[in-house]
Design a protein around this ligand. Structure first.
Ligand SMILES: NC(=O)c1ccc[n+]([C@@H]2O[C@H](COP(=O)([O-])OP(=O)(O)OC[C@H]3O[C@@H](n4cnc5c(N)ncnc54)[C@H](O)[C@@H]3O)[C@@H](O)[C@H]2O)c1
Length: 275
């Protein structure tokens, strides 16, 4: 067998959560390239509409779904099963990517630990962690009942391995207790996803389900120049990622090409976490 054939996902269905965001779209393109059919779910109807126009591909199926609702995930799974759509691959990608906020202006909006609200904590953990748990529970159970098992891939971050360096986000004109920070929830969600990955990888191993996580480094989307300079000074390859640079990893992790890999956190970060 030509080894490249192991990447072929013809006849498979992959479900991607948070699919209408920056990276979700890239994951979809990666899987379509290797002949998978893709079920693209997102909470935002408008973004899904744009995605549908952008992809314009008959192998894509679009559903509005809130990953924090167990009932809605259950109903979607039932409806897919009735249409004989068996999800072989699940990518837990949805997240609330909270903006880095400073204390100035409205102190209630601060991400600083001393002021971080329980409401923000709940919302961000609900989408990033509870959503991944619920989708794994429901779609994973259906996979576990099939002979050919499946693949669950959790999208974490380089911040699943290291703590955020808050100096990257700082502004020269602010006091220490007013500085912008990456919120605590980001670390908790991403480290939590690695724990969920390891748990599922052993739990369903005998049901032929492999579970890994992918930890991308930051993607360049015209961020503030000072921020980019500070961040890239921590990255041996001296740059942020292009949006399409995780596609090969998605193809690898979601196919037989990674058949002996489970419970792993694949970090692709230009070397940031090596330093
Ligand atoms: N962009 C980066 O630089 C980067 C770096 C490392 C890790 N990541 C991770 O990659 C993943 C995708 O990031 P992104 O940059 O594409 O984010 P994004 O904000 O562009 O997309 C996230 C998507 O999730 C959707 N979403 C939010 N709440 C939802 C819910 N309750 N149910 C269903 N969908 C919901 C949003 O509508 C959005 O379309 C995230 O897990 C993120 O943490 C991103």
């Amino acid at each position: 067998m030509n080894n490249l054939n192991k990447f072929n996902l013809s006849g498979k269905y992959a479900l991607i959560t948070g699919a209408a965001g920056l990276l979700g779209k890239e994951h979809a393109k990666a899987l379509l390239e290797v002949n998978s059919k893709v079920v693209l779910v997102d909470i935002s109807k408008d973004r899904l509409y744009d995605l549908k126009k952008n992809l314009n591909n008959e192998n894509c199926f679009f559903y509005e779904l809130d990953v924090t609702s167990e009932k809605d995930i259950f109903n979607l799974n039932e409806s897919l099963n009735k249409q004989l759509i068996n999800i072989n691959i699940l990518i837990n990608n949805a997240a609330i990517n909270p903006s880095v906020k400073s204390k100035l202006g409205n102190s209630l909006l601060s991400n600083r630990l001393e002021e971080f609200s329980l409401d923000d904590w709940d919302k961000q953990l609900d989408v990033g962690l509870k959503g991944a748990f619920l989708c794994s529970k429901i779609f994973g159970q259906t996979m576990s009942e099939k002979l050919n098992g499946g693949i669950i891939l959790n999208i974490a971050s380089d911040l699943s391995v290291i703590a955020p360096d808050q100096r990257i986000y700082s502004k020269d004109d602010l006091n220490w207790n007013e500085q912008n920070v990456k919120p605590v929830t980001y670390s908790v969600v991403k480290f939590g996803l690695v724990g969920l990955t390891k748990y599922i990888s052993t739990y369903w191993a005998e049901r032929n389900i492999r579970c890994n996580s992918l930890s991308p480094g930051g993607v360049f989307v015209e961020q503030d120049q000072k921020f980019v300079e500070r961040l890239t000074s921590h990255i041996p390859l001296k740059r942020m990622a292009n949006p399409d640079e995780y596609r090969s990893a998605i193809q690898f992790l979601c196919s037989e090409a990674s058949s002996y890999m489970t419970g792993h956190n694949l970090v692709i970060d230009g070397g940031r976490t090596v330093w």
